[in-house]
Ligand binder design. Structure first.
Ligand code: ZN
Length: 211
């Protein structure tokens, strides 16, 4: 109940106050011009992660880390409003498939979703789908393994598994906030392929330069 009240109050604040920059706190924009300027583009490299290609917008570095952190840990869902449209534009670079792809997300753990009041990957997926005018659907559910945050690389590579809801469409775009080891995206792709999805594309806000 307290979490719900906190969330409702936050929504009221979001509605009635002009945003302040998630990085430097200056008023007026979700991310101000000074904090947007140093953001570096991610390398658009096809990752060996079981997808047909993963697209990333930002390099995950000292400039983008506070933005991702605010999005994940400080309740700043409005970060998705800023980066949804450019992420949608990245999809223009995809080879067109025979069908319209459906956007989904790699869900965070139920515990983290409850604590934060939202799943940042879902918020991002919905913003991307809205901008790209693509259908969006919940397709994945965590089937085990603890959250990725705070775990070693080895643990991260091991622990994530997903189940697929119902019968998925043939082409899917999986959104997530950060691509680090690629383990989460690989697990999502593996589950979707196992359920008959023919083409899986990863789409992330930021990726680490090397891992
Ligand atoms: Zn700023």
């Amino acid at each position: 109940m307290r979490a719900l009240v906190r969330r409702v109050l936050r929504d009221v604040v979001d509605l009635w106050l002009p945003p302040h920059c998630v990085v430097c706190r200056s008023p007026g924009a979700v991310v101000c011009g000074s904090c947007l300027a140093p953001l570096a583009p991610a390398d658009r490299v096809v990752e060996p992660d079981g997808t047909d290609g993963s697209l990333a917008l930002l390099r995950y570095d000292d400039s983008s880390r506070p933005i991702v952190g605010a999005f994940k840990f400080e309740g700043r869902r409005d970060v998705a409003r800023v980066f949804g449209p450019p992420l949608a534009l990245l999809l223009d670079g995809l080879r067109p498939g025979p069908v319209v792809p459906t956007v989904t997300w790699a869900p965070t753990t139920a515990r983290r979703r409850r604590a934060r009041g939202y799943d940042q990957a879902e918020v991002l997926a919905r913003a991307v789908a809205e901008s790209a005018r693509l259908p969006v659907r919940r397709l994945l559910r965590r089937s085990g393994g603890p959250s990725q945050t705070g775990r070693t690389r080895r643990e991260r590579l091991d622990g994530v598994e997903f189940d697929v809801f119902g019968s998925p469409p043939t082409e899917v775009i999986v959104c997530d906030d950060v691509l680090t080891t690629g383990a989460t995206m690989a697990a999502a792709a593996s589950a979707l392929r196992g359920a008959g999805v023919a083409r899986v594309t990863g789409l992330v806000l930021a990726r680490t330069p090397r891992w």
